[in-house]
Write a protein that binds this ligand. Structure first.
Ligand SMILES: [Cu+2]
Length: 362
């Protein structure tokens, strides 16, 4: 008796735990990055499919079962003084057929619109749709974005145009990742050697949170991105900027010292380019020019290392303490740790100079 009551008293942990677990979604601009608040056509179709057949059918089943169960519990309660053993029943063919058939029919009802939608979503709208075409490449643990039409390569922030269809060709450089901007579209896997398509039309301007949705290693949770949905005018200005080389720091400035370090003894240029232009004929998709993200116009990005707010303080931390900020990342493993072993970590002044240089790339 005692055991049962303790177990019952602890039962609330399960629904509460479930609630906490499912509410673990990103918050950006004061808004939760929730699939229930779609800002693009694909996310809206998925949400509508979920709400109409799935959610309401589930609610109906839940109410039916609970009410029926409660009625029976009350109706067939043991009365005081009643010591009879109730009739013992075993099996009821009709009942068993019914509770097999009904769920099968419900599942079929859900499956038909779901399957239809899966085939409708991500269908290429064709050349005449004026869609913006972007190549998305997953890396452990950051996202690269290439615009072959404009010869631009960038990382972290995906720039797209409001009310203009986007066709993403998604692949991976290493392991399987999954590209997921919850308020704009569903998930599409990024698989090495495959080019999967995602198609959606953003319906609101703004900055939208995105996340790798496939467990892809130690820093999977820190493999985020942002989708910047802007007007055609703002997008054109962004493209024009990225088609120009980055500004050069004036001679004698701290930034100029930083540039020298970046290209020279600090070893950054071995993995990072600051040339925003990229020639799709010489660097086809899935062949990276550089090991690290392209750093052209880096200050405009919302995130640093795919998860931190992009501030000069965090940038300083990143360069000075890469291993602590994002353990196991390629820059920590192949640069910071090696320099730490050789006692060649940058001095605070050197880091300041490099930060000044990267901050000048705007
Ligand atoms: Cu990933």
């Amino acid at each position: 008796m005692q055991g049962t009551s303790v177990r019952w008293r602890l039962a609330w942990i399960f629904p509460l735990g479930g609630l906490l677990f499912t509410s673990g979604c990103g918050v950006i601009g004061g808004k939760i990055a929730s699939t229930s608040d779609p800002a693009g056509d694909q996310a809206r179709h998925i949400w509508n499919l979920f709400v109409v057949p799935v959610w309401w059918l589930t609610v109906a089943v839940f109410l039916l079962v609970t009410v029926w169960m409660l009625l029976n519990i009350i109706r067939f309660r043991r009365k005081p003084g009643d010591t009879r053993i109730p009739p013992q029943v075993h099996g009821n063919t009709r009942l068993e057929i019914a509770w097999t058939l009904i769920p099968a029919i419900i599942l079929a009802l859900i499956a038909i619109p779901s399957t239809r939608l899966i085939f409708e979503l991500n269908r290429d709208p064709g050349q005449e749709s004026n869609a913006l075409r972007v190549e998305v490449i997953g890396h452990q643990w950051w996202w690269e974005f290439r615009y072959p039409e404009y010869g631009i390569v960038t990382a972290g922030d995906l720039h797209v145009v409001v009310d203009r269809p986007v066709v993403l060709t998604i692949t991976s450089q290493d392991v399987i990742h999954s590209f997921w901007p919850p308020r704009l579209a569903g998930k599409v896997d990024a698989i090495p050697g495959r080019h999967n398509t995602m198609v959606f039309t953003p319906e609101e301007t703004g900055v939208f949170y995105g996340q790798c949705a496939e467990l892809c290693g130690a820093q999977h949770a820190h493999m985020q991105f942002r989708v910047v949905v802007e007007t055609q005018e703002d997008f054109d200005a962004w493209v024009a900027k990225h088609q120009r080389p980055v500004p050069q720091p004036a001679a004698g400035t701290l930034a100029a010292q930083g540039k020298e370090l970046f290209e020279g003894s600090a070893g950054c240029a071995g993995c990072h380019s600051v040339d925003p232009r990229y020639d799709p004929t010489t660097t086809p998709i899935n062949k990276t020019l550089m090991i690290g993200p392209n750093l052209a116009y880096f200050p405009e990005r919302h995130t640093l290392a795919a998860f931190l707010p992009n501030t000069p303080e965090n940038l300083h931390q990143w360069i000075a303490n890469t291993e602590q900020v994002k353990p196991y990342s390629t820059m920590a493993e192949k640069w910071w740790k090696i320099r730490a072993q050789q006692n060649m970590l940058l001095t605070d002044d050197q880091v300041n100079a490099i930060v000044a240089y990267l901050e000048s790339l705007r």
